[in-house]
Design a binder for this molecule. Sequence first.
Ligand SMILES: *Cc1c(COP(=O)(O)O)cnc(C)c1O
Length: 399
Amino acid sequence: MIWYPYQQMKTMKPPFKIVDAEGVYLYTEDNKMIDSVSSWWSVIHGYKHPVLNEAVKSQVDKFSHVMLGGLTHEPVERLSDKLAEFLPGDLDYCFFSDSGSVGVEVALKMALQYYVNKGEYNRTKVLSLTHAYHGDTFKTMEVGDDEDYHFILEAYGEKKYVINIPTEIPALEEAFEKYHEDLNCFIVEPLLQGAGGMRMYDVSFLKRARELCDKYGVLLIFDEVATGLGRTGNRFVADLVLPDIIVLGKALTGGYIGHAATVANRKVYEGFYSDDPNHALMHGPTFMGNALACSVAYKSIELFEKEDYMSKIKKIEEITRREMEGFSDERIKEVRIMGGCVCVEVYDSQVLKGYQKFAAERGVFSRPFLNYMYAMVPYIIKEEELVQVLNSMKAWFSK
Ligand SMILES: *Cc1c(COP(=O)(O)O)cnc(C)c1O
């Protein structure tokens, strides 16, 4: 018996049973649908990509996995070199783990221990955003701010180590003024808050955050698990404002195998580099640096560069803006577009009830949540396929 995610098992509708997938299409026994969700925003190259398939197959024939404790291998070495070169600035020190949540946990642990290693034991607090989503494990829930997902935390009472602020510069300045002595880091989903409702905000907020982090010696963490690799129309938001630690996940392996990278800059790395064994980072997921995941991630980044994905994403944004122009309805609060993400926010979540079935009948797989109907398509989508996705969204409001 499968226990499905985020679902009341008693009332959930049966999920679509997928028997094949290729390009942007998911196939059930009797239907084909464009995956407008990219399997939780990860399948950026589409399904069954020949280059990525080959990367996995050729590695399987050598070995699928060896642990990184006392062992290393070419796929993980190649990927860490690639990431160091591909990421901006001196974000060069790659710690691998098996999922985005764990990658964020590692980043938070790094930030805390960075100060503990310096003897600054008071810096136990984390600053983060309202509506933040950083994963479903306990510390990531705590830094998150999403009651719809994480109301269970209320059982613990007040959050003692986390301060959540809105994406407004006065609130940011106030928080730093008040708490800077206690803060070890400020963690954000930069520019685009995904699971908290596809909320988009301005880069000026991040620029100010960088200044304040520098002024008060607080580490800046970008959780780019969702935004990394092009989703906002930037390769990384870190290209605009440089964080001390970046977390990548979801699209890192092109959606083939769960894997994440927590990549630190030189300053953070040096905070652990010493003759004292107690200064080491005590973390080590069993499957970190998995050879299949690293092989496919390497090839995924190579494709991203070679086939100029940034211009594909730019095109997706252009088409989306063109198609959504002038689209409105009294039930719609806002239509938001950024890079390869479009979100239609409605006033009342009941309005979206039944949309999934409606979309499936129009050859589109969609998964609206709460008040948000959205698309985050694979970057290889063709113009007419993208138009089909957007038409399905618009048609729901004119039926
Ligand atoms: C999905 C997501 C995570 C968690 O990643 P998992 O692989 O699901 O654990 C963390 N942060 C952000 C911003 C995400 O979108």
